[in-house]
Design a protein around this ligand. Structure first.
Ligand code: ZN
Length: 198
């Protein structure tokens, strides 16, 4: 017994989402059928609206509907510090701690020789440009201690070596390989406070 085509199509789309198996996809599709038309309309609109409006900031590469983003244009941020992260979700995690007042730079990934991802596919060149232009005094590397993370840290260090900037890496009181975005606020605050020169 097959699902009728529109329902099958919806299930198929849900199943493409990360972490969603066939059973969950079916449950979600059946839930949509029970929702009222207005909620379904708003849901569909939110998908398209988000996709249309949200972009990487042309300066820091964080995700925002504004360009430059809210952080880059906030004149109360400390321009002398840039915190380098792999993913926009790491910016959200660090902002949640309310400890950090500097700028960010999102690399949009990590160097991964196994996946064939080299430094040119990341935003490392732009980071160099920003450090020079803004006269940044400290670059904080908030990069997970994985093989890819360590390779990326080494590369960024090399690129920034000739500049008069102090390079620190946040201290992970976290198990190796754990994700920054899942760290609780207190652990993350401590990691930030305990950053060390690399
Ligand atoms: Zn920005």
């Amino acid at each position: 017994m097959q699902f009728t085509p529109p329902l099958a199509r919806l299930i198929e789309h849900f199943q493409k989402l990360p972490g969603i198996g066939p059973k969950s996809a079916q449950r979600m599709a059946f839930h949509v059928l029970k929702m009222n038309m207005q909620d379904v309309g708003e849901f569909a609109f939110a998908l398209v609206d988000c996709k249309e409006k949200v972009r990487n900031c042309s300066q820091c590469y964080h995700l925002s509907a504004l360009d430059p983003c809210e952080i880059c244009t906030n004149d109360r941020r400390d321009l002398s510090t840039i915190c380098v992260v792999a993913d926009p979700r790491d910016v959200i995690a660090l902002e949640r701690t309310r400890e950090y007042r500097g700028l960010y730079h999102v690399l949009t990934g990590l160097i991964s020789p196994l996946e064939g991802k080299g430094p040119d596919e990341l935003t490392i060149r732009d980071l160099l440009g920003r450090v020079q232009k803004l006269g940044v005094k400290e670059v904080i590397l908030a990069i997970n201690p994985t093989i890819e993370g360590d390779a990326t840290v080494l590369y960024v260090q090399g690129i920034l070596k000739s500049l008069p900037v102090s390079i620190t890496r946040i201290a992970f009181g976290l198990p190796v390989g754990s994700d920054l975005e899942y760290a609780d606020d207190i652990t993350l605050s401590r990691s930030l406070a305990g950053r060390r020169e690399v």
